[in-house]
Design a protein around this ligand. Structure first.
Ligand code: ADP
Ligand code: MG
Length: 384
């Protein structure tokens, strides 16, 4: 899906008010009636109609014909706009560049601040999986059923943000978190290759140990990554050091299936190293030993720190249940009328094919100081 930075500059104050009104109205209306939009925005009906027409033309909102009434809903584009506007108002970001990744549930863009410093903007897209295909057990959403894609995407971003912050503060090798708004996270750009793309390394044993060491450090701090694989481990181009990304599925070591998650993370690494580097080791971390080991035990529990930081256990639970449900479900675009605005075929991408859109070739980092991957730097300003 296209992230249109030009729109950020050409949205007027009144348009912004109307867009915000649609967002507010969608908290309890799946389709927000035009009269409600007028009421919330404080503009007269006639004025609203014109503005909403122009927003719809630019696909920031979409018209929906309901059985009971006609109205509008916010699109991904509209939600992206609101988030980016918030970030640029706070001077966290200034311009949008290329998309470098498309995941099943996120889009990744290079963006920059006003000094041209590059960062990564991750937009969570949990609604890519249609909520209609999810089995009807959605009680945990309560009244929020109607706003579920926005709500879930925002929860995922808040969770990722909360974890990235505490991990960074406690010295884990993760990108520096910069800012968060709605369903978006702004973080440090890591000049790196995903482990997935690396064909050969000078000493696989060394990388293997440092990755297992990260798993152990996570666990001693009360956490399990939950998706610790070659897609979510970046290898710094300059130094060959690993950086871990992608935290929406992190779980506490007190989770009922903690050991299973832990073992799966460990196995992802053992399997990948065996297949890719023909490297096997008799040494790998074991869950119980890791937790009971006196030596090296941390005196902080990051799962507790996160819960205290504002991302509550209840939020965790809601997101987890959603993620469990969608795991089973085929990917399809969210709205009736949204398929035209998300780029063709995007929803068919599986994980192996995504996140690597710029550098699909497998890279040998035996020479880690080799030339930088060519990355076009076309960056256009967002807001004035
Ligand atoms: P998803 O949830 O869709 O898997 P990820 O957070 O794993 O999203 O990011 C997808 C891809 O985007 C990564 O595999 C990586 O190539 C790229 N990426 C994500 N964050 C960064 C970052 N901070 N610096 C550089 N590249 C990144
Ligand atoms: Mg990922």
């Amino acid at each position: 899906m296209k992230l249109d930075a030009t729109d950020l500059r050409y949205v007027t104050g009144e348009e912004f008010r109307v867009l915000t009104a649609v967002e507010m109205g969608s908290k309890n209306h799946e389709v927000v009636p035009t009269s409600l939009i007028a009421q919330i925005s404080g503009l007269r009906n006639g004025g609203v109609n014109k503005i909403i027409g122009s927003l719809a033309k630019r696909k920031l909102v979409a018209k929906v014909q309901n059985s009971k009434y006609d109205g509008y809903r916010l699109t991904y584009g509209g939600y992206d706009f609101l988030a980016m506007r918030a970030l640029s108002k706070r001077d966290s970001m200034h311009s949008v560049g290329n998309q470098i990744g498309v995941g099943k549930e996120s889009d990744i863009h290079i963006v920059a601040d006003s000094e041209g410093r590059e960062m990564v903007l991750k937009l969570h897209r949990l609604g890519r999986i249609s909520f209609r295909t999810i089995k009807q057990n959605r009680d945990y959403l309560g009244k929020r059923k109607s706003a579920s894609w926005m709500y879930m995407s925002r929860l995922a971003a808040q969770k990722e943000w909360a974890f990235m912050k505490v991990l960074h503060e406690h010295g884990f090798p993760v990108p520096i978190p910069i800012d968060q708004a709605r369903h978006c996270i702004l973080m440090e750009f890591i000049d790196a290759y995903p482990l997935r793309q690396i064909a050969d390394i000078p000493s696989p044993g060394k990388l293997y140990s440092s990755l297992m060491d990260i798993i152990v450090r996570f666990a001693r701090a009360g956490l399990i990554h939950g998706d610790f694989n070659e897609f979510n481990i970046l290898i710094r181009r300059e130094t060959g050091e690993p950086v871990v990304i992608d935290f929406p599925q992190m779980v506490s070591t007190s989770h009922e299936n903690a050991e299973w998650y832990f073992n799966r993370d460990v196995e992802c690494i053992t399997t990948f190293f065996r297949r890719r580097f023909k490297y096997e080791s008799a040494l790998y971390p074991k869950f119980r030993r890791t937790l009971t080991d006196e030596e090296g035990g941390e005196d902080f529990r990051l799962d507790v720190v996160v819960a205290a930081s504002g991302f509550s256990r209840k939020d965790m639970k809601i997101l987890e249940e959603y993620m469990d449900e969608v795991k089973e479900v085929e990917v399809e675009p969210p709205g009736d009328d949204e398929s035209s605005e998300s780029s063709e075929g995007e929803n068919d991408l599986r994980e192996e094919e995504v996140g690597l859109s710029l550098k699909r070739e497998v890279i040998d980092i035996t020479n880690v100081n080799g030339p930088a991957p060519s990355r076009s730097r076309s960056i256009s300003p967002t807001a004035s």
